[in-house]
Design a protein around this ligand. Structure first.
Ligand code: ARG
Length: 473
């Protein structure tokens, strides 16, 4: 039974401010996820008997045709249809006839957009995760090659104690690895299907949200229809993950910027992959590192933008939620390009080993070693600290190996091992920069990275379901 012809532009999107309300420019990106979600929904409607098998299969085939049109660029997008969801439904009806009007049975754009966003998020996390994994491998590889390159470790940006370039690179590895871990945890929490929540209160028709959830590779369907249509935690968490990742990237960018200065001279400045100055012929600036550093501001802004949008919203769906996408799209694009630039940057860094050796050879870096030498001989640490510090004051801020025996309690033969190599060998405590500790650290970094690779490939299988649904048959 059909009641009447549905006009080309359905009444619900005909509005005086249609141009202002529309979101097609932003949510078109969701098209593949929208279509895959609709295919799963149509199949379910057929399976539970709300649609006949024939009707369900007509809808599914029609939706696959739309997927082809979108891929080939022939899909007739119409801004007056407000968003991706209505564009798809109207076009489907053009392609398959009035049965297209049955697709939206027991569904609202509220649960639909929430579903699309979760499918999008899985894909986005898979992409960011894959770039992070590449950066991880690059950091590991570069670290392996610089395990014996001493450098000063800094606190307060003052030379503090000796480390190695390898240990420094691995420090960045662990930050990014926590980012990857967070993204994987986010997607795990987010892998819940909201479809079937309807506008806010489910449906009077016998739908089966569990079926749709399973078909789309979700771990489970929603528990509460009110929560399901309003929950944007996955996007908020994702933006936090990206914001912290960007903060980490900005720290690495900053260190590259510092290390290529003549003042530090730890890195060859051409290896910072920047460009020149339009005025000063001699300049070669570390632009890529600076941009990575600077873009963190935008990503943090994206997180704040979403949180402020969400703050104080009454349950359940509010149109404010349409504003959830631009910050996510922006942060994703920014982080994706930033990570790829950062990977090239790390790949190409050329360390000036002699300059690093000179900086790391500063005897001041070994003041703690002298204090710990006294501790090993039974002196309470606080007294040892006082004694070495008094020596510093007396010598005008110098720790001269030749004069080391003047410190009360110090065995003068310590002078023969007051060099950076011996100091590194002494630092064999777990997680420290000594060669034996770093070998273990490298081992766990490698196995951690391999585990992440496995998690990402199982996520990849879920992400792949979207394309499978669009192409099947
Ligand atoms: N464009 C909307 C969004 O992104 C889709 C949901 C619209 N729902 C509604 N009741 N108007 O949030």
């Amino acid at each position: 039974m059909t009641l009447s012809n549905v006009p080309l532009v359905p009444a619900y999107v005909r509005a005086p401010l249609a141009g202002y309300l529309g979101s097609l420019g932003v949510d078109r990106t969701l098209a593949p996820y929208d279509l895959a979600g609709s295919i799963a929904h149509a199949e379910m409607l057929g399976q539970v008997g709300i649609l006949s098998p024939q009707e369900a299969s007509t809808l599914v085939l029609g939706l696959r045709q739309l997927a082809r049109e979108i891929r080939e660029g022939s899909f007739p997008w119409r801004a007056e249809l407000e968003d991706v969801h209505t564009n798809v439904e109207v076009r489907l009806t053009e392609v398959v006839g009035p049965v297209g009007g049955k697709l939206h049975t027991a569904r609202s754009r509220n649960d639909q957009v929430a579903l699309d966003e979760r499918l999008f998020l899985r894909d986005a996390i898979h992409r960011v995760g894959t770039s992070l994994l590449e950066l991880e491998s690059t950091l590991i590889r570069r670290a392996e090659a610089e395990l014996d390159t001493p450098m000063p470790g800094y606190t307060h940006l003052q030379r503090a104690q000796p480390i190695t370039v390898g240990h420094w690179l691995l420090a960045h590895f662990w930050r990014f690895d926590r980012d990857l871990d967070r993204l994987l945890a986010t997607v795990q929490r987010a892998n819940v299907s909201p479809l079937g929540a309807g506008a806010v209160a489910g449906s009077t028709l016998p739908i089966d949200p569990e079926r749709v959830a399973a078909r789309l590779g979700f771990d489970q369907p929603f528990q509460n229809s009110v929560d399901a249509v309003s929950d944007r935690d996955p996007f908020a968490e994702f933006l936090f993950d990206l914001a912290l990742l960007s903060v980490h990237a900005s720290g690495l960018g900053e260190e590259v910027v510092l290390f290529v200065t003549k003042e530090f001279g730890f890195l060859d400045r051409a290896s910072a992959l920047g460009s020149g100055s339009s005025l000063m012929p001699q300049k070669r600036n570390p632009d890529a590192a600076e941009l990575v550093r600077g873009q963190a501001g935008r990503v943090v802004g994206d997180l704040v933008s979403l949180l402020v949008t969400l703050k104080g919203l009454p349950l359940a769906y509010d149109r404010d939620l349409q504003e959830d996408k631009p910050p996510v799209w922006d942060a994703l694009a920014t982080v994706t390009s930033g990570l790829s630039a950062l990977r090239s940057l790390v790949e190409g860094l050329v360390f000036d080993r002699s300059r690093l050796a000179e900086a790391a050879g500063d005897p001041e870096l070994l003041a703690t070693d002298v204090a710990e030498h006294l501790v090993a001989r039974g002196v309470p640490f606080r007294e040892a600290h006082e004694a070495v510090s008094a020596h510093f004051l007396a010598t005008g801020g110098r720790l001269d190996p030749a004069g080391i025996g003047e410190i009360p309690g110090v065995d003068p033969s310590l002078a023969t091992s007051l060099d950076v190599r011996s100091a590194l060998l002494r630092r064999s405590t777990p997680g420290g920069p000594g060669p034996s500790a770093v070998a273990k650290q490298l081992e766990s970094a490698r196995s951690r990275s391999a585990a992440r690779r496995d998690s990402l490939s199982s996520l990849g299988r879920k992400v792949g379901l979207v394309e499978e649904l669009l192409n099947e048959g």
